[in-house]
Design a protein around this ligand. Structure first.
Ligand code: ATP
Ligand code: MG
Length: 572
């Protein structure tokens, strides 16, 4: 089989080592040729664009090979996990287009089996209860250059271990007083194999199992067991788990041997590169700090790299999928240019977002030779070059608004917009000339007086005039007043986490949000449906925020500008 499925967007074909590995596994008859993947989020925060990579990779591999895909919550730490996060994660997965059918699982679904497995490990002499304090355990573990020392509790009898473990479960001990450890190898070169803790005491209420348990399995013990239990063939995870793989294999092998009535799959872990992006932090711990310390308004703030934030910003699932395809899947971590992501967003919206006119920073223009009460309806295309989007009627009258920056009193040479005595075309309407500039007492320009040329109606121009500039406008009488949010990156540095700058919050961009309350738009936007995408001509792609709409606020979020810095970079 050749690898050519990946680049559906027509850019260069990249080989994907995971795809190739699965092809080989199938050819060799591993797992009887079955492919079964999973996405295992911990419900302790919202999903971000990095998770989307893991989600789409796992999901697409299953789909590609007619396999199965599970969503499984890794809910083994009741102290940090909440139902709110479970709900948000499922909503985000659905929105990304992931269909898990009836295969939604929780690690906590199988706490009973995990407990049984732990007892069997004890009975096989492969696990023991240790009374060292967490600090002592760390100290005994040794370092990369120094072997570990065996715990004085390592050689307890099976009976004593069983008794103590049961009493741990029954709540007889305080947190940190005792743990269950796998008995592997204190001199292993891999620190994870030096008798890792596999169960700990936590007197906390779990969001699903309530107060049934006060001991909880550790991730490194729980995860491989759950994979094997669910029949996961390919456990794809990010690179930081590479050193955990020997322990993963140890747990799976022991589960196959000691729990044969339920464990039938030799799950195999494969690591791939994490997604990192410039101007972005992608760690839930740091994203939580942004929320809790008030740098943003919530997990779904449109400046956040969370799926919920991106959705509210106006990013589409198709753009995210395209981005992931272009980034590809590699073995080594790297940092992707934010400009590439924005390029993908723009490419998708270009095909989908209706063109309209909105003026973000209005300057009034009076067309002196246009009758005061005359309104002409002009027909404008909703999507130039694509008739299926149809046309709309836009009113034109004596008073209009143009963008303040589209007028300069003393223009430089190549300024093709409006200036005293010069002509410009109003998009879809007429050519106008600026005759007079009105200023207030302080010298600020408050109005322009222009005249229009009746021979120059768009699509029916008999004047023979050639003007270089076309600017957008909105009829003052009919204007819809709108609120616009303009976004910049949340951080001022490409690498906000670099060490010289100290805490990453030192690199927060104070101008990441600019709120415009004086913007105006053509009247159709007053009735726009929340959740609609638009291109405000010359100003960018905007999205009518559906979350704000529920709170009664009409806010147009700028998803991206029209400036494609990626295309420029790639050309260079
Ligand atoms: P974070 O580092 O943001 O806290 P996490 O790994 O602790 O993330 P989990 O909920 O455990 O969060 O992640 C679920 C899955 O998503 C894991 O398999 C993890 O490998 C993957 N994942 C998390 N972040 C990224 C990323 N930046 N790129 C690719 N995959 C990721
Ligand atoms: Mg994790």
């Amino acid at each position: 089989m050749e690898v050519d499925f990946q680049m559906t967007n027509g850019s260069e074909v990249q080989s994907n080592f995971i795809y190739n590995m699965i092809v080989k596994d199938i050819e060799e008859g591993k797992n009887n040729g079955k492919v079964h993947t999973r996405f295992p989020p911990e419900p302790n925060g919202y999903l971000h664009i990095g998770h989307a990579k893991a989600i789409l990779l796992n999901y697409n591999m299953a789909k590609q090979f007619n396999g199965l895909f599970n969503v499984r919550f890794d809910d083994t730490n009741p102290v940090k996990e909440e139902q709110e996060y479970v709900d948000s994660i499922l909503e985000d997965l659905r929105w990304l287009g992931v269909d898990w059918g009836d295969r939604l699982f929780f690690a906590s679904d199988s706490f009973d089996l995990k407990y049984e497995f732990a007892e069997r490990l004890i009975k096989a002499g492969r696990a023991y209860v240790c009374d060292l304090s967490p600090e002592e355990i760390r100290e005994y573990r040794g370092t990369l250059t120094e072997p570990g020392r065996e715990s004085p509790y390592r050689n307890r009898s099976v009976e004593e271990n069983l008794d103590l473990f049961r009493r741990m479960r029954n709540g007889e001990f305080a947190e940190g007083e005792r743990v269950l450890r796998a008995k592997i190898d204190m001199s292993s070169g891999n620190l994870n194999m030096r008798d890792p803790v596999i169960y700990r005491i936590l007197h906390a209420t779990h969001h699903r199992t309530g107060d049934k348990w006060c001991i909880y399995p550790m991730y490194d013990f729980d995860h491989p067991f759950t994979d094997a239990l669910e029949g996961i063939t390919h456990s794809l995870c990010s690179i930081e788990y590479t050193d955990h793989r020997p322990l993963y294999d140890w747990v799976v092998e022991n589960a196959l041997e000691l729990m044969p009535e339920v464990i039938k799959t030799r799950s195999q872990q494969t690591e791939f590169a994490r997604l990192n992006m410039t101007y972005t932090v992608l760690s839930k711990r740091k994203l939580r700090r942004l929320v809790e310390e008030g740098y943003v308004e919530g997990w779904d703030d449109p400046r956040m790299p969370t799926i919920a934030g991106l959705r509210r910003r106006g990013v589409t699932p198709a753009a995210i999928a395209d981005f992931q395809e272009r980034v590809g899947v590699a073995r080594a971590d790297s940092t992707v240019d934010l400009a590439l992501f924005e390029h993908c967003i723009r490419s998708d919206l270009e095909k989908k977002a209706q063109r309209v006119m909105a003026v973000l920073d209005p300057l009034k223009v009076v067309i002196t030779n246009w009758p005061a009460d005359k309104v002409e309806m002009l027909e404008l295309e909703n999507m130039p070059g694509n008739d299926s989007f149809g046309t709309r009627q836009v009113p034109f009258g004596r008073e209009i608004y143009i963008e303040r920056e589209d007028f300069l009193e003393n223009p430089p040479k190549k300024f093709h917009r409006l200036s005293p005595g010069q002509e410009v075309r109003l998009k879809g309407a007429y050519i106008v000339r600026c005759d007079e500039v009105i200023k207030d007492a302080a010298g600020n320009i408050i109005e322009l007086r222009c005249s229009y040329d009746p021979q120059t109606k768009s699509g029916n121009d008999s004047s023979g005039k050639k003007v270089k500039g076309v600017i957008h406008w909105v009829s003052a009488q009919h204007a819809a007043k709108i609120t616009v949010h303009l976004y910049d990156t949340l951080f001022t540095k490409e690498d906000p986490e670099n060490e010289e700058d100290g805490d990453f919050t030192n690199n927060i961009n104070p101008d990441s949000l600019v709120i415009l309350t004086d913007a105006v738009a053509e009247p159709s936007l007053a009735e726009a449906a929340p959740g609609s995408h638009f291109q405000f001509m010359r100003k960018g792609y905007f999205y009518l925020d559906p979350v704000a709409a529920k709170e009664g606020k009409m806010i147009f979020n700028r998803t991206v500008t029209l400036r494609d810095t990626w295309a420029r970079k790639v050309q260079k």
